[in-house]
Design a protein around this ligand. Structure first.
Ligand SMILES: Cc1cc2nc3c(=O)[nH]c(=O)nc-3n(C[C@H](O)[C@H](O)[C@H](O)COP(=O)(O)OP(=O)(O)OC[C@H]3O[C@@H](n4cnc5c(N)ncnc54)[C@H](O)[C@@H]3O)c2cc1C
Length: 393
């Protein structure tokens, strides 16, 4: 039976960093892409800023790095900081530090210039129905409700994914009790000898401190155990930051967002013609810069695989293999690593805090640290499922 016409070959729901990246790859491969987002504009709240080496190299391969350079800090040093023991040790790092909003801005500009892409903001997916050869999606925008048909639907619509919920896909796991604050500050932390990115291990004032750019802007992600009510978040955060910014250095609080953190994964990332990627498929706390890293690699892998499946060059079963491989990486590597990073940051036992320092020292003194970083980073790529994948070159 011939295929019925559709409005778009693929609809990507969600113009966060993962949906934008996937849409970019699919469009580059020649697919007719519709991209929608419920929000009026790209989200600028402080979230991912730290990206591992392979992601930096992939962004370079996609020709995006030049546009990102102005707002990024490339390479540098990462470290472990334990002020109680007067300990700060740094090692070389081959990734990139840049706000995810800056990456989104660059991708939006690229996508708007592509003739085979339509991008509609303020457009929400409210329902979907799968048929044998297409997906029928209900959308709501300023003009009211309308439907759109596509061959494939990619749900990149974040942790509360409407695509995932509409498909009835479970999202099991847990929510941590911690309350986490992401603060962007202007402060001369480099002048205090800090690394460009570090864990600050401390039972009370634990934090991840990351340089955002070359202009003196930093991200401090810190938290509390969530047990006490917070009357004034700005005043509370300013007081907490003052407790652990070294040398009583002055700082300007530029942006602050509170978060709850979760470790959850979808039961599957594929249901027939619907795929889930990014936070819609798996979510983890931000300790170690693994959340968007995982999402980016979903997008890089699916962005090369789906055009091959759509063109009939690879059997659709590869999309089940994609789901299994990505969930294996999340459940076996990313989620345990995030839990261990959280423990290191918040460890209350002084003996274990010393052991963590000794372990960092041992790794930093050998070539093992670089090797461990390299292996961990490559692990995100997993099996790219296409022959001669550019990601393994
Ligand atoms: C404080 C903090 C710090 C972090 N730091 C790092 C880090 O340094 N490194 C790292 O790798 N990760 C980090 N992360 C994780 C990272 O921010 C997320 O993994 C990333 O935002 C996921 O991107 P996404 O595109 O999947 O989802 P999102 O960014 O959530 O985007 C989803 C998009 O879908 C849209 N949408 C939702 N519902 C609908 C609908 N029904 N119809 C249409 N559109 C819809 C939304 O408007 C949104 O634009 C951090 C997270 C936090 C909270």
């Amino acid at each position: 039976m011939p295929h019925m016409m559709v409005d778009a070959e693929v609809l990507v729901c969600g113009a966060g960093p993962v949906g934008l990246t996937c849409a970019f790859l699919l469009a580059e491969a020649g697919m007719a892409v519709a991209l929608i987002d419920a929000a009026e504009a790209v989200d600028t709240s402080p979230r991912a800023a730290f990206h591992h080496g392979p992601t930096a190299r992939a962004l370079e391969q996609l020709g995006l790095m030049e546009d990102l350079a102005e707002n990024a800090f490339i390479g540098g040093q990462t470290g472990h900081w334990a002020p109680e023991f007067d300990y700060l040790r740094k090692i070389r790092f081959d990734g990139i530090m840049v706000g995810q909003d800056a990456i989104c801005d660059v991708l939006v500009q690229r996508l708007r210039a592509m003739p085979n892409v339509s991008l509609a903001m303020a457009t929400e997916l409210t329902a979907l129905r799968q048929e044998s050869d297409r997906v029928v999606v209900q959308l709501r925008d300023a003009g009211g409700e309308r439907s759109l048909t596509c061959r494939w639907l990619v749900g990149a619509d974040g942790a509360r994914s409407a695509v995932r919920r509409t498909c009835g896909i479970a999202f099991d796991g847990h929510t941590w009790a911690d309350r986490v604050y992401a603060a962007n500050i202007a402060c001369d932390l480099a002048g205090q000898g800090l690394a460009d990115a570090q864990f600050r291990a401390d039972p009370r004032n634990w934090a991840v401190v990351v340089r955002l750019d070359r202009h003196g802007n930093w991200r401090v992600a810190f938290g509390d155990d969530g047990s006490e009510a917070v009357a004034d978040e700005i005043a509370g955060a300013t007081a907490r930051l003052a407790e652990f910014i070294p040398g009583g250095l002055p700082f300007d609080l530029l942006q602050l967002s509170p978060y709850r953190t979760h470790q959850r994964a979808a039961s599957t990332m594929r249901q027939d013609r619907v795929l889930l990627i990014g936070d819609a498929a798996h979510i983890s706390a931000p300790w170690g810069g693994l959340g968007l890293t995982m999402g980016f690699w979903d997008a890089f892998v699916l962005g090369d695989l789906l055009p091959e499946v759509a063109a009939g060059r690879i059997a659709p079963g590869a999309l089940d293999a994609f789901s299994q491989e990505r969930l294996r990486i999340f459940n076996e590597i990313v989620s345990p690593a995030v839990s261990e990073n959280r423990r290191i940051l918040q460890e209350r036992d002084p003996a274990r805090r010393r052991e963590d320092i000794a372990r960092f020292d041992a790794l930093a003194d050998s070539s093992e640290m670089q090797k461990a970083f390299g292996e961990m980073s490559r692990a995100f790529i997993g099996d790219p499922l296409v022959e001669n994948s550019r990601w393994l070159a």
